[in-house]
Design a protein around this ligand. Structure first.
Ligand code: ADP
Ligand code: MG
Length: 140
């Protein structure tokens, strides 16, 4: 299995509760390495562009409002099969359905305020990484 990269966001519900360290600890214990990280407060335009694939979904407006309600931490994660590994440790979108030991089961507040974003394919990971990071910001 190859070493690959994926894109992660620690969402506003986690920065608000001061639990970004707890999230990173779970990512690291799952075998992922943070190779780039920055705390930002997204603009509405940035959040709408990032979630453009969801713009027809009923919750799009609320999702954008939530994602700009406070700072987030955008990250590049590296590891063996990083995209799938990250999705596995994140758990299901709705924390009520997430498996024990996953970030969303242990830490998330609701289906919307679910603590973390993770790319859902290697192709989208590359697109999402490039949306927030210049190559020279990914330092290993
Ligand atoms: P995931 O983050 O697990 O890949 P999706 O890509 O389907 O899930 O959805 C993107 C984000 O939109 C979710 O992480 C969550 O914050 C929000 N979301 C998804 N479904 C709902 C819903 N039914 N109601 C409110 N927010 C939702
Ligand atoms: Mg998704």
């Amino acid at each position: 299995m190859a070493t690959t990269r994926t894109f992660s966001i620690i969402k506003p519900d986690a920065t608000r509760r001061n639990i970004t360290g707890a999230v990173v600890k779970m990512l690291e214990e799952a075998g992922l390495r943070v190779v780039a990280s920055k705390r930002i407060h997204m603009t509405r335009e940035q959040a709408e562009g990032f979630y453009a694939v969801h713009r027809e979904r009923s919750f799009f407006g609320e999702l954008v409002d939530f994602m700009i309600s406070g700072p987030v931490v955008v990250q590049v994660l590296e590891g063996e099969d990083a995209m799938q590994r990250n999705r596995d440790i994140m758990g299901a979108t709705n924390p009520a359905n997430a498996a024990p030991g996953t970030i969303r089961k242990e830490l998330a507040e609701s289906i919307e305020a679910n603590t973390v974003h993770g790319s859902d394919s290697d192709e989208n990971a590359a697109i999402e990484i490039a949306y927030f990071f210049k190559p020279e910001e990914i330092v290993g």
